[in-house]
Unconditional design. Structure first.
Length: 426
C-alpha cells in the first residue's frame, strides 16, 4: 500500500514540474503577446453617395451614368475610400427631386448627391442650403455656378469634341455610300433627332455636322426636335420622319435607342442598304448591328471620383468643371462597329482626335462655317441664365468660337448654313 502511495506522489510531482515548464508552443513564458489574438480588425468606413436620375435602366442616358458610377466606385476603392451608391429614379424635376435630395442628404447622410439631368437643379438648390456638409452636383446644369452656396457645383465635360469625332465617322460612311453609287453626293443627308432648341443641343448637332462635313463636303443636315429629353415612341417617329425626308444617316441628342432601331428597320431609298446611324451615351450596335456605327459619350468617372474624394476629405470642389474633354478622358467614343463603318474610319477619327488634343483643330473654327453666307465675328455667351448673351463674354476670338470656355455648359447656339431645322417649337 505504501508503495502504491509513493508511486502516485512521484507522478504528481513529475506532472507538476511539467506544468511549470516552457509552454508546448515554444513561446517564452515571459512573452506578453497572446498566442491567439482575437481582436477584430477595424472596418473601413463606407460613405453613401446619392444620384437623382431622370430615368432608369431603360434609358441609354441613365445607363451611361450607372457605368461611370460603378467605375468610380472601383477607382475610389483603390484609394481606400469605400462608397455605396443610393439611387432615385424617374424624377425629371419639381417636388419629387426636392424630396429625393432631402432623403439622400438627410435620411441617408450622403456625402455627395449627383443630379444627372438638366431641369433638376431648380428643385435641388433650396434643399442644398439645409445640408452644408453634403456636396450637391448639378450635372449638365449651370445654376449652381452662380449661387452663393459653397456646397453646390456644376459640371459639363466638353462633349462637343467627341460629337465632332462621331461626325467624322458619319462623314466617312457618307463618302462610302457616294463612292459605291448607293447615293449621289447631293443625297448625303444626315437626319438628327434633337431634344430641345437649347444651346446644349444646338452645340451638339453643329459639332457633329462639322465633323461629318470635314470629310464629306457635300453633307447636309436636317433636324427635328421632340420637346423631350427622352420619349422612345416620339424618337422613333421623328427618326422615321427624317428618313422620309431623305436622311440616309440618323444621329441623335435623345435618350433612347429607338432612333438606332428605326434606322436599321429602313433601307436607303431604292437600295437594300440599311439607313446608317450614329448614337449617343452608349454603344447602340447591340440593338442595331446593321446600322449603328459608333456613339459619343461623356464618361463621368473622373469627375465623380474627384467630387467624392474631395467631399470625403472635407475639401472644396470647383464651382464649375470647365475645359475637360478628350485630353482628360472625360468625353470619348464607344467601340467602332467595323461591320458597318467605312474603311479608313478609325484612322480618320484618330487623326482628328490627335489634332483636337494638340489644339491644332478647333471644332468651331469660324473659317469652317458660315451664317447666311457670312463669317461669324461675335457671339455673346449667356452667363446669367436669361438666354440673352452678356457683354464682356464674347466667345469668338483667335479665329474660333470658344465653347465651354466661360462656363462648362454648352453655349453655342448659332444657326449655321447647311443645317435645316424642320421645326423649332421647343
Amino acid at each position: 500500500m505504501k508503495k502504491i502511495i509513493a508511486v502516485i506522489l512521484a507522478l504528481v510531482l513529475v506532472l507538476g514540474l511539467a506544468a511549470c515548464g516552457t509552454p508546448a508552443n515554444n513561446t517564452p513564458a515571459n512573452n506578453t503577446t497572446p498566442a491567439n489574438n482575437t481582436t477584430p480588425e477595424p472596418q473601413a468606413k463606407t460613405y453613401n453617395v446619392g444620384m437623382v436620375c431622370i430615368g432608369d435602366d431603360n434609358a441609354a442616358y441613365d445607363r451611361n451614368f450607372y457605368m461611370a458610377a460603378d467605375a468610380a466606385k472601383a477607382e475610389l476603392a483603390k484609394k481606400g475610400i469605400n462608397i455605396e451608391w443610393q439611387y432615385t429614379y424617374n424624377h425629371p424635376a419639381g417636388k419629387d427631386v426636392a424630396d429625393d435630395c432631402e432623403k439622400l442628404a438627410g435620411d441617408l447622410n450622403c456625402v455627395a448627391v449627383f443630379l444627372n439631368s438638366y431641369g433638376q437643379e431648380d428643385a435641388m438648390l433650396p434643399i442644398a442650403k439645409d445640408y452644408p456638409n453634403t456636396v450637391f452636383v448639378g450635372m449638365t446644369n449651370e445654376g449652381s455656378m452662380r449661387d452663393d452656396l459653397d456646397n453646390t457645383v456644376n459640371s459639363f465635360p466638353s462633349i462637343f469634341e467627341a460629337r465632332y469625332l462621331a461626325g467624322v465617322a458619319a462623314g466617312c460612311k457618307l463618302n462610302e455610300l457616294i463612292e459605291n453609287g448607293t447615293i449621289k453626293a447631293e443625297q448625303a443627308v444626315i437626319g438628327y433627332v434633337g431634344a430641345y432648341t437649347f444651346a446644349e443641343v444646338v452645340s451638339g448637332y453643329t459639332s457633329f455636322y462639322l465633323g461629318a462635313k470635314s470629310v464629306c463636303p457635300s453633307a447636309t443636315m436636317i433636324v427635328k426636335f421632340i420637346g423631350s429629353w427622352g420619349d422612345p415612341q416620339m424618337e422613333a417617329t421623328t427618326a422615321q420622319d427624317l428618313i422620309d425626308n431623305g436622311a440616309v444617316l440618323i444621329s441623335q441628342h435623345s435618350d433612347s435607342t429607338t432612333p438606332a432601331t428605326t434606322a436599321q428597320a429602313n433601307k436607303i431609298k431604292g437600295t437594300d442598304v440599311p439607313v446608317a446611324h450614329v448614337g449617343y451615351n452608349i454603344d447602340m450596335s447591340d440593338v442595331a448591328p446593321e446600322s449603328s456605327i459608333i456613339s459619343s459619350r461623356i464618361d463621368w468617372t473622373n469627375y465623380m471620383v474627384y467630387v467624392i474624394e474631395k467631399a470625403v476629405k472635407g475639401e472644396k470642389v470647383d464651382k464649375d468643371y470647365t475645359g475637360h474633354g478628350l485630353k482628360d478622358g472625360d468625353v470619348k467614343l464607344t467601340a467602332l462597329n467595323e461591320k458597318v463603318a467605312a474603311k479608313g474610319t478609325a484612322e480618320a477619327i484618330k487623326a482628328a482626335e490627335d489634332e483636337i488634343k494638340s489644339g491644332k483643330l478647333q471644332v468651331f473654327d469660324v473659317t469652317k462655317f458660315t451664317i447666311g453666307g457670312k463669317t461669324a465675328e461675335h457671339a455673346l455667351v449667356d452667363m446669367t441664365g436669361d438666354f440673352v448673351g452678356d457683354e464682356g463674354f464674347d466667345a469668338i476670338f483667335d479665329g474660333y468660337y470658344h465653347e465651354s470656355y466661360f462656363k462648362s455648359a454648352p453655349a453655342f447656339d448659332l444657326r449655321i448654313d447647311g443645317i435645316t431645322l424642320l421645326n423649332e417649337a421647343y
